[in-house]
Design a protein around this ligand. Structure first.
Ligand code: 2U9
Length: 366
């Protein structure tokens, strides 16, 4: 019977002395690989006479098992030692704050409202808010639209069955103007506010949704005139669209709550078939786009809010926030604003927690 002890003790000694996993693997190939010395011994059994094979097979099998066990044992030991070494040197500081996980992004409409708040803050305006469920008096009557006023029909109002204790029927506000009424009544003059928020009208097509967003502005002070209105709107639109060449055109109009009333058009140029704001609409290839409504606050509205119209005057304006967002970011379907499809936001490049700040530039992208 052949003695394989010498081969075994040499293999075990070399396995024991292997410096690293690579050296260990080289030994595995050398002994147990396809061409390995132990594998060759196993293969040679096939060529032996049955008697000889019976005599030698147990020793060769035992040798193969001893080498395989030694390799596995040494590998486990090396891996355990490696882990021990990492545990000894690597540390985790559990007092560090956890990494921030992105949770979503600011909706374009919210982003535009934030930009408006920043631009108007620089002009001395504060942001005023009020209820979306209003009473008839704050939404209509106090704005010089009594019960029988034909302008009420233009608003397609959602009414509630409830009656307010004072102020008539309850409704979903059709504009943010009641916020300005509430501010004048509670705080008196002077006033310099913007009122951004949701408003509701029973209307639905590609350019109208039953809920949309408005921002209205109100200034009440002594000796306020149309010049203040025009400068304020010009300054606001130049900051918002980040263009110095925004030109305004004021056209006479009618709103019950302002007198005189003006509609404000902005000049645009056609570039590659797209309307780009800037320049006078009277130039060749240019045009005027209606953007805002405004005017001097009707003296009856000032009076109904408890102020003396001979002492206090003011201007007001209103504009659709969704429309401002569409124009600034080139979005063309209003309904997509309220579908909640994140692919639409990604398409227009609204990244995680993209926040505009005046210090970083209005409309700055992260
Ligand atoms: C008070 C007095 C006056 C706010 C005004 C407009 C003209 C106007 C529209 C623009 C597009 C509504 O979103 S829109 O459909 N708004 O044209 N809004 S003046 O006037 C006021 C508001 C409050 C106390």
């Amino acid at each position: 019977m052949t003695d394989y002890r010498e081969l075994e003790s040499e293999a075990l000694a070399r396995i024991d002395a292997a410096a690293d996993l690579a050296a260990l693997d080289a030994l595995r190939v050398e002994y147990l690989g396809k061409q390995g010395s132990v594998s060759s011994l196993l293969k040679s059994l096939g060529a032996m006479a049955p008697d000889e094979r019976q005599a030698k097979a147990p020793a060769i099998q035992a040798l193969r098992q001893a080498v395989a066990d030694a390799l596995a044992g040494r590998k486990d030991a090396m891996e355990a030692a490696g882990l021990e070494a990492r545990l000894a040197t690597e540390t985790v500081d559990l007092t560090l704050p956890a990494p921030e996980m992105p949770r979503g992004s600011v909706h374009p409409v919210s982003q535009v409202m934030d930009e408006l708040a920043e631009i108007f803050a620089d002009l001395g305006f504060s942001v005023a808010t009020g209820p979306e469920i209003e009473d008839d008096w704050h939404n209509f009557s106090a704005l010089n639209m009594p019960e029988s006023h034909p302008a009420r029909a233009m608003h397609d109002t959602f009414y509630f069955p409830d009656q307010a204790e004072q102020g008539g029927r309850m409704l979903l506000r059709t504009h943010t103007s009641p916020v300005q009424i509430r501010t004048m009544v509670s705080q008196g003059a002077p006033v310099r506010i913007i009122a951004p928020g949701r408003v509701y009208r029973s209307d639905s097509d590609a350019t109208h949704t039953p809920m949309f967003h408005q921002v209205e502005g109100l200034v009440i002070d002594r000796d306020i005139h149309l010049g203040h209105l025009k400068w304020t709107l010009e300054t606001f639109l130049r900051a918002f669209f980040e263009r110095e060449d925004i030109v305004l055109r004021l056209r006479p109009s009618y709103f019950p709550f302002t007198e005189p009333s003006v509609e404000v058009d902005v000049g645009f140029a056609l570039e590659n078939g797209k309307r780009v704001l800037g320049g006078s609409g009277d130039e060749a290839g240019h045009g005027w786009m209606e953007l805002l409504g405004s005017g001097m606050v009707n003296r009856r509205v000032i009076e109904m809010s408890g102020l003396d119209p001979d002492e206090w005057q003011g201007f007001a304006f209103g504009v659709g926030v969704d429309r401002l967002a569409m124009l600034k970011y080139g979005m063309d379907d209003l309904r997509a604003f309220f579908d909640g499809d994140v692919r639409w936001l990604k398409h227009y490049g609204f990244s995680f927690l993209d926040q505009p700040t005046l210090s970083a530039g209005v409309g700055a992208r992260a």
